[in-house]
Design a protein. Structure first.
Lengths: 198, 463
């Protein structure tokens, strides 16, 4: 059994990680944070599932981050790729993310009635990722940000869904979706950059 | 040997093999088309769970394939549905013109068909939702053939589909958890609302509609129309399958008014957008929005009434394919698909003009064309429920009709530009002619479709 303090710390760390991802420009740091995020997701899911099965989430995240890193790394040699957030945009994103965070904290008690088997940390962690993932997909049209945002949304959903559904096959399918997103994301990044080489 | 292996596994293998042959577009096109035709034909003639004589061997095709404790089940009554899907996709593959459409479309289209079949046959049903995520991913690549960059509409499509999948997964879990026989009405309603939001995302029901016009304007018209028709058909079939398995639903939740409200909203939205459209792609997207609304209204009839959806999807498929094919032929020679850029099309390329006109007016419900009998039947059924709703329903048709007249006006008006030679070939011209003839024949003799529609309706029965 994982300690309550660790779970609380993990859920708040997830907020911090997803919050940072909405603001940072460097894709290397974004992907490192994505990996950390999957670590946090695994810890929260391990409260409901055996650690060996929960670790599948981390493995899927590791592979997804690896695929994206390899793609972006290969592009880095020829073209400069960066999501290029300017300061006012960052301030706006930070305020929007904070607003989402505050809304989720006030909403989490009600959400507890919908996810009866979930602990407060799991609910907070899941909703933080869902909300901040939404911010990412809603505020950008760049392939990397959209894919990272969708992966964040799916991670949040996986935390909440793990509290109600323990099927190993579903875990495998959701892992497959994560990898599928990474592959399609890599493809979209490549075709988008092929059109406009630097 | 089992049915899912033949009609899901083998087409999947074919798709992967075709992906390896992309350097030979003609081979890909004809192999893909032939494969779809052969798989459809096999579904027509090979029964499931019945002993047949095959080269002096007595064989019976099992209906179930077990995968890690879950099952894919193809019942004998699903065979007309398989024929409908395989031949429907086959027609799209046949129409593919590689001079402007990427050869990726055929293997990815065949792959998406396999996923659609998994969605329709997987048991328990909530696994179907997760396969929509895979379907959306395949369609995302299909809509972004290299070297074209990904457009905004593709991202919007992907985002909305994933949200839809998550809502449906959660809603279906809630429904499986709630005891239907108990008095937990609040929980049931909550689950149905979540499912409703999920299906709204998948079906682009207002306010999640924006990806349809974005895709239609920004993407290649043929790829966009293919995804509109095939993807939305898959969502409707999943919805029908879900309703067929939840006979209790209309007794607990007022599902009929909800479906009609959503449907009429879409019909009015699409009709209004069509009136103000000045772009052929946007008009096509408006027609798709109206079609989604019509389908929702038709499904709301439940019982025997919902069967009208099958001829509706057939007419929609033929009309959209014809519309998209004509735009594809025009694609290399016009600057864009704005109405004013299409001036003089009727004079320069009469066959394309007639194809565009027939497709538009058929979807608008002009008498004597294929759409008319279907929309007339739907309106008649709606009148018995509520004359006001029937009037709103007709409003959508009127919007499409006005749009069709407006675009025709531009197509027939004279152009100052010099004639441009379109290097069309006999087969493409023949297919356009065949499409126009088909729309007229189905309009004059709609009863031709009756036996097939009755067979299709055996697949799923609504309460």
């Amino acid at each position: 059994m994982i300690g309550e303090n660790l779970l609380t710390l993990t859920s708040w760390s997830l907020f911090g990680i997803a919050f940072s991802m909405t603001l940072i420009n460097d894709w290397r740091i974004i992907l490192a944070l994505l990996l950390l995020q999957y670590g946090g997701v695994t810890v929260l899911i391990a409260e409901s599932w055996p650690v060996t099965i929960a670790a599948v989430k981390f493995l899927a995240g590791l592979l997804a981050a690896g695929i994206l890193a390899l793609t972006l790394g290969s592009i880095q040699k020829s073209v400069s790729f960066s999501p290029n957030l300017v300061l006012p945009e960052r301030v706006f994103r930070a305020l929007a993310a904070l607003l989402v965070g505050i809304s989720i904290i006030s909403f989490s008690e009600v959400a507890g009635e919908w996810f009866l088997g979930a602990s407060p940390s799991q609910i907070n962690g899941g909703l933080f990722l869902l909300g901040l993932g939404l911010i990412q997909v809603g505020l950008s049209e760049r392939p990397l940000r959209v894919i990272i945002g969708l992966l964040t949304v799916i991670s949040g959903f996986e935390i909440l869904y793990a509290t109600v559904e323990g099927s190993i096959l579903m875990t495998a399918f959701l892992g497959g979706v994560t990898l599928g997103f990474a592959v399609v994301g890599a493809y979209l990044i490549l075709v988008t950059l092929e059109e406009k080489p630097a | 040997m089992n049915a899912p292996l033949i009609w899901i596994g083998f087409p999947g293998i074919t798709a992967v093999v075709l992906l390896l042959l992309l350097d030979y577009p003609r081979v890909v096109k004809w192999t893909g088309t032939a494969a779809a035709g052969v798989f459809g034909l096999s579904a027509l003639i090979i029964p499931v769970e019945k002993v047949i004589n095959l080269l002096n061997y007595q064989v019976a095709l099992q209906n179930t394939m077990n995968i890690l404790g879950r099952q894919l089940i193809i019942l004998d009554s699903y065979r007309p549905l398989l024929v409908f899907l395989f031949w429907g996709y086959g027609i799209w593959f046949l129409l593919t013109d590689f001079r402007s459409v990427s050869p990726w479309m055929i293997p990815l289209g065949l792959l998406s068909l396999c996923i659609v079949l998994i969605i329709l046959t997987v048991d328990p049903i909530f696994y179907a939702a997760i396969f929509f995520a895979f379907l959306a991913l395949v369609n995302t690549v299909l809509l972004t053939p290299p070297p074209d960059p990904a457009v905004r509409g593709v991202f919007r499509y992907l985002i909305y589909q994933i949200f839809g999948v998550l809502f449906i997964l959660f809603g279906m879990w809630m429904l499986s958890w709630v005891d239907i026989g108990s008095a937990e009405r609040v929980l049931i309603i909550r689950a149905v609302i979540i499912l409703g939001i999920g299906f709204s995302f998948l079906l682009a029901v207002f306010p999640f509609t924006s990806w349809i016009p974005m895709l239609a304007v920004e993407n290649h018209p043929f790829l966009a129309a293919f995804v509109f028709h095939t993807y939305l058909t898959a969502v409707f079939f999943l919805g029908i399958r879900f309703l067929a398995g939840a006979a209790w639903l209309p007794t607990v939740v007022a599902i009929q008014p909800a479906l009609q409200f959503g449907g009429l909203l879409m019909v009015i939205l699409g009709g209004t957008a069509a009136v103000f459209s000045d772009h052929m792609g946007r008009t096509l997207s408006s027609a798709v929005i109206v079609e989604i609304g019509r389908a929702l209204v038709i499904i709301s009839f439940l019982g025997e009434g919902f069967q009208l959806i099958y001829p509706q999807l057939m007419v929609q498929g033929v009309s959209l394919a014809l519309w998209a094919l004509c735009l594809t032929v025009l694609f290399p020679v016009v600057k864009d698909f704005r109405y004013r850029s299409l001036r003089g099309v009727a004079k320069q390329w009469p066959l394309i003009f007639w194809g565009l006109t027939a497709a538009q007016f058929s979807l608008a419900g002009l008498p004597l064309l294929a759409g008319f009998p279907v929309y007339w039947s739907a309106t008649s059924s709606l009148v018995t429920l509520s004359p006001e709703r029937a009037l709103i329903f007709l409003g959508g048709n009127l919007g499409l009709m006005i749009a069709a007249f407006r675009s025709t006006n531009y197509l027939v008006s004279s152009s100052d530009e010099e004639n441009i030679l379109i290097l069309s070939n006999l087969m493409i011209n023949g297919l356009i002619g065949l499409g126009i003839t088909g729309l007229i024949i189905f309009g004059l003799f709609p009863q031709i479709l009756d036996p097939f529609v009755s067979a299709l309706a055996n697949g799923f029965r609504l309460p």
